[in-house]
Write a protein that binds this ligand. Structure first.
Ligand code: MLT
Ligand code: MN
Ligand code: ZN
Length: 307
């Protein structure tokens, strides 16, 4: 299977439009060695022409232009995007759907919770019913029910509930339900290769054990380095864990956790602009590298799962 990282930053992107933190100012002015990143999304394919899009970021048009494989040009109007899987209903993962409104009906797989958020809290699906329309397919997480995307044969997907957070406009922001946020096991049926994609990995839970232990590659939440990163910088009053993201450093952080799983290739994705790992010369980035953990970047092609 081929996995194309379309956007590797968290909500806001990097640099964020209104931010002058060390990273954002540094990448703009060239004083910090770092790469700009668009907002969180990947695409997965077997044949390189037909792709399953995971999340539709506000940067999707830029991402499609930057990745010509997503436009195979088989007709006057065409797209390589054969289906969309949404892992949550957050703005950074869903508002790009508006930019796809000129096309054919969108086949979108999401949980009942995400469907509700996108019908009531942020009614993107209702708005799109006046344009391309949405053909919504239900994702069932309890128990996880595997499915295939008919126009991309050869891949199997298994949605797994994650303890994370629904968006602020969700009716259940403070009343969590399984399916507010999911991870997805992506399997190449022919080769047996397994990739676990979970950009909103908020906490380790017993049912996640096999996905970390047995996958060939994991693409996990890289949002924050420390739990109080945004508080210390003075840009928010919320901790990482309070908004559904497991920080990398510290006891029981992501680095500690991944140390228990020797098998998978380990890649962080959905990186917030405040995170010091974005600075390629930082001590934090060096620590990550020593732990055998990579950082996703825009345009990264994960072909197979080995480096
Ligand atoms: C998140 O992942 O916590 C959200 O996407 C943040 C945001 O975009 O506001
Ligand atoms: Mn996000
Ligand atoms: Zn910033």
């Amino acid at each position: 299977m081929k996995i194309l990282v379309l956007g590797s930053a968290a909500g806001g992107g990097f640099p964020q439009w209104n931010c002058n933190c060390r990273n954002c100012h540094g990448v703009r002015s060239g004083t910090v060695r770092a790469h700009a990143r668009t907002q969180s999304s990947i695409a997965v394919s077997i044949n390189g022409n037909d792709w399953v899009l995971f999340n539709a970021s506000p940067d999707i048009l830029t991402q499609i232009r930057a990745n010509p494989d997503l436009q195979p040009a088989r007709g006057l109007r065409d797209t390589g995007i054969a289906g969309v899987i949404l892992i949550d209903a957050q703005i950074d993962h869903t508002t790009g759907l508006f930019m796809l409104r000129e096309g054919k009906p969108l086949d979108i797989w999401c949980t009942d919770q995400v469907n509700e958020d996108l019908t009531i809290g942020n009614p993107i699906f209702k708005v799109l019913s006046h344009f391309c329309t949405v053909q919504r397919q239900k994702l069932q997480v309890i128990p996880p029910q595997s499915f295939e995307v008919p126009r991309v044969p050869g891949l199997r997907f298994t949605p797994v509930p994650l303890a994370s957070k629904a968006p602020p406009y969700s009716p259940h922001r403070h009343d969590p339900h399984p399916g507010d946020n999911i991870g997805v096991l992506i399997e190449d049926i022919a080769s047996g290769q397994k990739v676990f994609y979970a950009p909103g990995f908020g906490a380790m839970e017993p049912h996640l054990e096999p996905y970390l232990a047995d996958s060939d590659c994991v693409l996990l939440d890289g949002t924050f380095w420390t739990d109080d990163e945004m508080i210390r910088l003075g840009v928010s009053t919320q901790t990482a864990r309070a908004i559904g993201h497991l920080p990398q450093s510290g006891p029981a952080g992501m680095i500690d956790l991944l140390g228990h799983y020797p098998k998978p290739r380990k890649i962080l994705i959905h990186i917030n602009n405040t995170n010091p790992i974005l600075d390629e010369d930082s001590a934090e980035r060096a620590e990550l590298t020593r732990a055998g953990i990579e950082l996703a970047y825009d345009g990264m092609l994960i072909d197979g799962v080995k480096k």
